[in-house]
Design a protein around this ligand. Structure first.
Ligand SMILES: [Cu+2]
Length: 720
């Protein structure tokens, strides 16, 4: 029979729709991406998942973390920020932003330097503050699978990124077996978080027969401002968001066709570390995919479009005043990828991808403001960024112990933008923006980058309990539209640009070069018999040529410690280590299974020209959890500790943060068609400042954003 969407009984994994041929490779059971089998003949039960043996290959390097549905489900009551789902992955930290819009960082490389594929779509932040990054377009409750590839990333999963790749898949289609008729299933869940009075609901519904599957997933969430560990309200931290998506899937033999459409509506999202708030974000997308198998291999093709209309102004906490700022973004693209088994030992992947980004960013005049009238300020006018990527990747199993992967990739990037306009052009009040606009409009702004990436990986597995992997990657990212084309030189205009949460102001440089990262890493993994213990360590070193950093161009006349910066290329060096491990303490049928799991990481990054620390380098941090599970019951006690941050970017006046430790408790119970989650986050109500949370808009003098105090969280899910 068709397994319901939240099939828990027989899986520690819920399948994303990744479909691969299984030719020529022995099947190995391992937790990893699994297949919603498009071909009933391939699976014993057509609705059951079969393990994608590609998960044991080098396209999934040892530095990869795979997060499956049960783990995601236990986080839903804890957070509405999809980026937070990645936090446990070795090497990952989060730039805190709005309540649903965190920005992932991998091995010290943040935001646009991380490639995010949301159901294979490339979505750009359509906002000068990156308030709507790709992961903000899905609610945690809609997500079935997350894969984080940290560091050296195969070219088939890379392109236009440096630090790694995050692959996020929403709930996949399921089909019934032959002659089983129509199957329907669904779930409804609700949660409550005491801190900020956060509430949310999520609904999934699913109907399928042997050939057709229809899924709906919707989620709504809302929260007031949260309180810090001292009981103070943290202003501008409120939000509300809703996401809905519908997926239709049709399979025919080995072919699978899916089309997914969705809408998002965010009526408000406060930003503690920005001058502006999101006052509306409306987006819709269409995403179609076709997967088919030929004699020669597998073909996976996709085409998508997303439209975002975004509006910023001040929410209540930042009023009085009004300063509307609007953007409209378009993302469109295709990808065609083929996987061709050349022999028992050789696998070839080739692909072509195209991504188009179109962006308009304009600020309507503010009547009576003197400086912000009478014209519309055109920040980005008809900006375009188009990228055509081509890759070829060869994987070979030399012996049972040795395998290698070698890939090369080209990305052509074309960028351009139309003429811009300041609020006014006559008189002192209009300067320096009026002069800057005239100079910008006189420029030839069309730019073309020819980028080349190379990835080489070698894995040595001398025994079932040992794994070693050597990796080298050359990765290139072209500047984004704001890095090249933000042009305003007035204090106010510059302050509106920047996704760093540092309250500084930024201006672009059309002559920026792409940044090129050379990363060398080594991973060693050891495990005991029957995985009773596991330990993995990945030291890495990255040298970035033409890292897109900043140079200072001035101090604020109005706000102390606020500086103005222009994006600039300089060289940068990063190194660090990621550690992870687990240990089974006891496993008894009577008392259940007790285990310890831990993750730790450190990154150091500096401007290689000046020795100044890069911005937002995560200090030593780690989490240690004691988990217990017995039948449908799971419990965890977790300590999350972060060392003080003393390496700070002095150019941006970044502030230090102190060390801290947080205690979190969670328990869940599942029986029949019901699931209950209870948790306490920050049990001791500790006051802390997250090192990557940025500067608090309301602090005077300059201060860090206070982290969330204690919250009692509860969630209930009913399946039907
Ligand atoms: Cu914005």
């Amino acid at each position: 029979m068709c397994s319901p969407l939240y099939a828990q009984q027989n899986t520690t994994e819920l399948p994303p729709v990744t479909i691969t041929t299984t030719k020529g490779k022995p099947k190995k059971k391992q937790s990893g991406p699994v297949v919603a089998a498009p071909n009933a003949a391939e699976a014993s039960d057509s609705s059951q998942s079969i393990v994608d043996d590609a998960s044991t290959r080098l396209a999934v390097p040892l530095t990869t973390t795979q997060i499956n549905r049960p783990e995601i489900q236990s986080k839903i009551p804890q957070t509405s920020d999809t980026a937070e789902l990645l936090r446990d992955a070795p090497g990952v930290s989060i730039f805190k932003a709005g309540g649903v819009s965190g920005l992932p960082v991998i091995n010290g490389l943040n935001d646009d330097r991380v490639k995010v594929l949301l159901n294979g779509m490339v979505v750009s932040s359509a906002c000068a503050n990156h308030m709507n990054p790709p992961l903000s377009y899905a609610d945690p409750s809609q997500i079935a699978y997350v894969e984080v590839v940290a560091g050296v990333t195969p070219v088939s999963k890379g392109g236009d990124s440096l630090g790694g790749t995050v692959i996020v898949e929403t709930l996949p289609p399921h089909f019934t077996g032959v002659g089983e008729g129509v199957h329907t299933a669904g779930s409804i869940s609700a949660f409550y978080r005491s801190n900020g009075d956060g509430v949310g609901t999520a609904v999934t519904a699913h109907a399928a027969n042997n050939n057709v599957s229809v899924n709906y997933a919707g989620a709504w969430t809302r929260s007031n401002n949260y309180e810090d560990g001292r009981g103070n309200e943290v202003l501008s931290s409120e939000y509300e968001a809703q996401n809905h998506s519908v997926q239709l899937a049709v399979r025919n033999g080995a072919d699978l066709f899916t089309v997914q459409g969705g809408v998002q509506y965010i009526p408000y999202q406060g930003y503690v570390n920005q001058y502006m708030d999101m006052v509306e974000n409306k987006a819709w997308f269409l995403n179609a995919r076709y997967v088919t198998n030929f004699d020669w291999g597998k073909l996976d093709a996709r085409v998508y479009y997303q439209n975002t209309k975004h509006e910023m102004d001040f929410l209540q906490d930042k009023q009085p005043g009004s300063m509307p700022m609007l953007t409209e973004g378009h993302d469109a693209g295709y990808s065609v990828k083929a996987e061709i088994p050349l022999s028992e030992r050789d696998l070839l992947r080739v692909g072509s991808e195209f991504h188009y980004q179109g962006l308009d960013d304009w600020w309507p005049p503010v009547a009576g403001s003197m400086m912000m009238e009478p014209d519309t300020y055109r920040n980005i006018n008809d900006g375009t960024r188009q990228r055509l990527g081509t890759f070829i990747e060869w994987e070979r199993q030399w012996t049972s112990a040795w395998s290698t992967l070698l890939g090369v990739r080209n990305d052509m990037v074309w960028m351009d933008t139309g003429d811009v306009q300041p609020y006014c052009t006559m008189g002192m009040m209009c300067e320096p923006d009026a002069t800057a606009a005239a100079a910008f409009n006189a420029l030839n702004r069309s730019r073309t980058d020819a980028n080349f990436d190379v990835t080489a990986l070698a894995r040595y597995t001398p025994s079932a309990s040992e794994n070693y992997e050597f990796g080298y990657g050359r990765k290139t990212r072209s500047p984004n539209l704001y890095e090249r084309y933000a042009w305003g030189r007035g204090e106010m205009a510059m302050s509106m640009i920047g996704w760093f949460g540092d309250l500084n102001g930024y201006v672009g440089d059309p002559d920026l070069d792409p940044e090129i990262a050379h990363t060398a890493s080594f991973t060693a993994g050891w495990s005991g018999a029957r995985k009773t213990w596991e330990f993995k360590a990945t030291p890495y070193y990255t040298y970035v040529e033409d890292y897109i950093g900043v140079r200072k161009i001035g101090d604020s006349m109005m706000m102390p410690d606020v500086v103005y910066l222009q994006f600039a290329n300089h060289d940068a060096e990063l190194y660090g280590i990621n550690l992870s491990g687990s240990l089974l303490l006891a496993d008894s049928s009577q008392f259940g299974r007790f285990a310890l799991t831990g993750v730790a990481g450190y990154v150091h990054g500096e401007n290689a020209d000046t020795g100044v620390s890069l911005y937002h380098m995560m200090p030593w941090n780690g989490r240690l959890a004691l988990t217990h599970s017995l039948n449908g019951w799971t419990n965890s006690i977790e300590v999350y500790a972060v060392a003080g941050k003393h390496n700070v970017d002095t150019v941006r006046n970044e502030m230090e943060t102190g060390g801290y430790a947080l205690l979190n408790l969670a328990t869940s119970y599942e029986w029949e068609n019901m699931r209950l989650d209870l948790g306490i986050k920050n049990v001791l109500d500790t006051y802390f400042e997250d090192p990557l949370a940025g500067h608090y808009y309301f602090a005077s003098p300059r201060g860090n954003v206070p982290g969330e105090g204690r919250s009692f969280n509860a969630g209930l899910t009913l399946k039907f």
